[in-house]
Design a protein around this ligand. Structure first.
Ligand SMILES: CC(C)(COP(=O)(O)OP(=O)(O)OC[C@H]1O[C@@H](n2cnc3c(N)ncnc32)[C@H](O)[C@@H]1OP(=O)(O)O)[C@@H](O)C(=O)NCCC(=O)NCCS
Length: 226
């Protein structure tokens, strides 16, 4: 995938671009239990590439989607190359209006943790090489609840804005990211609830999330006065 999801050239050498012979020796040297696990992962790679790929909007080479997971409307989901989506994820796109087709994009090299819930009615863009820890929630909408006489489940979904997460960002365990833009190489602390935009190279923690550190690419990290 080009454009937003394109990988940074600065990404260090990984197992994926090792020569085949080196990969083999690495596999040979791993303990037995890990070998078995890797064989299992290879099964998911094959299943993703030769089966799921036909149903999703796009799935790039070397990406693997590890079941069980809950999926809805995967034809609106674009996944870049070399992405891993871990077990028990819940990925959902819903077309709420006739004119807006939801687009959920997961960029090249992303690692999506276990039990992540990613929901989209307009646009959710996750940039290249983003790492999400376990139980992360990302959404561009919430349930409407303005009518007190109707169960919330039956009220229409409301979007407060699209979500974008910049390349190289790390989102900690249990964090929620709702209708906001997070820049590149940011750190979102565990249990954070991010409701507002976070610029590039920032560390944000808490509920609601606040910026505690800005990492200037020239001068290094700087703690923010709180
Ligand atoms: C955010 C994090 C990376 C620490 O960043 P840091 O810049 O090193 O921050 P520090 O540890 O110096 O803490 C700075 C302040 O933020 C607070 N803080 C740090 N992490 C916090 C969090 N998750 N929630 C709330 N406050 C937090 C600290 O208590 C400290 O507050 P103080 O200055 O009032 O004492 C780390 O706390 C974190 O949340 N990591 C995510 C872990 C995770 O989910 N791992 C999954 C593996 S993929």
């Amino acid at each position: 995938m080009r454009g937003y999801a394109e990988s940074s050239p600065a990404v260090t050498r990984t197992i994926d671009n090792m020569p085949l012979i080196e990969k083999f020796w690495m596999f040979w040297a791993t303990p037995w239990l890990e070998k078995v696990q890797r064989v299992g992962e290879f099964y998911w790679l094959l299943k993703t590439q030769y089966y799921y790929r036909f149903f999703w909007g796009h799935i790039g080479k070397r990406s693997k989607i590890i079941q069980p997971m809950r999926l809805r409307n995967v034809h609106n989901i674009q996944v870049g190359v070399n992405v891993i989506i871990s077990r028990f994820a819940f990925l959902i796109t819903l077309q709420e209006s006739e004119t807006v087709v939801p687009q959920l994009t997961i960029g090249d090299g992303c690692r999506i943790g276990h039990m992540n819930h990613i929901a989209c009615i307009r646009e959710v863009r996750i940039g290249a090489n983003v790492l999400t820890a376990d139980r992360v929630f990302i959404s561009d909408h919430s349930h409407g609840f303005s009518d007190i006489n109707v169960p919330i489940l039956q009220q229409p979904l409301k979007s407060k804005g699209e979500v974008s997460i910049g390349e190289g960002t790390w989102i900690g365990e249990n964090a929620c990211v709702i209708s906001c833009h997070i820049g590149r190489n940011c750190v979102i602390g565990s249990n954070a609830v991010v409701l507002g935009d976070v610029p590039d190279y920032c560390v944000a923690v808490g509920a609601p999330a606040r910026i505690i550190r800005r990492m200037n690419p020239e001068s290094g990290p700087k703690t923010v006065n709180r």
